[in-house]
Design a protein around this ligand. Sequence first.
Ligand code: SAM
Length: 307
Amino acid sequence: MTRTDNDTWDLASSVGATATMVAAARALATNAEQPLIDDPYADPLVRAVGVDFFTRLVTGELGLEDLDDDTVGMQRMTDNMAVRTKFFDEFFSDATRAGVQQAVILASGLDSRAYRLAWPTGVVVYEIDQPDVIAFKSAALSELGAEPTAERRAVAVDLRFDWPAALIDAGFDPGRPSAWSAEGLLGYLPPDAQDRLLDTITELSAPGSWIAVESVPHIDPERQEQAAERMREASQRWREHGFDLDFTELIYLGDRNEAAAYLEERGWRLTRRSVRDLLVANGLPPMDDEDAADFGELQYVSGILSA
Ligand code: SAM
């Protein structure tokens, strides 16, 4: 399923299915013996989407040992999602405790932060994703009886098009500081759309705004092809268990600007943490060399726009 410039999806197809995949990983991480995160909505949301493969994964009918071999493993993905979720949770807690009152979750997928974080009074959380994704999650959480813990405003729009107009229509004020997250998003945008997105965030950010993104340092083409091959092997293994999606067809491989450096050039002061370090810092199993070649240099980056 090759990407096109204006393709769309729901939570069971194409890029949307990756939101269900990472929610399944959050459900598994939440149910771990010594959980690093607590996302009580991940499990019921995955079940509500109803992709049999992910449902069986969260119910335990399909074990991690059935999926993991020496390819990109689901246990590794679960650990990565645990540290990633904790990183972005702490980012929003820190930003809003520091007084920022507008949070913008780009590509919110099945993210339930608007329902599970202890937001200070007065914070408005904007969630942006494709229309079918937004509609499904809003309805599913309402059916589960979940109540937002902040004022939640869902903005159903594609991030390759005129999303700032939709965000401002929903009440966002570019004159006041904001906190932005792009978690699990940039690789699904073509390189020029990533640059445009980061430019637009910067334009919409008053001094003192906060940002958190994932950033991939430049990887040489040979190593990128090896990582893509391991992803294809993992897709093949998942296909044997009834789920047919080739992740390498969903992301835009090839050269792109490193998000952190690009933002720094535009006035953001950033701190970087590699996934490899975060796993160790959080007491999770360290990466072996092969994992490290795929994920180890991936960084979670956060910081503030200089005045
Ligand atoms: N941030 C969420 C999380 O970490 O759970 C979801 C991550 S999921 C891997 C990727 C998400 O990006 C999906 O929800 C998908 O719909 C969204 N996405 C990707 N490209 C997008 C675009 N052009 N416009 C809106 N949403 C997009």
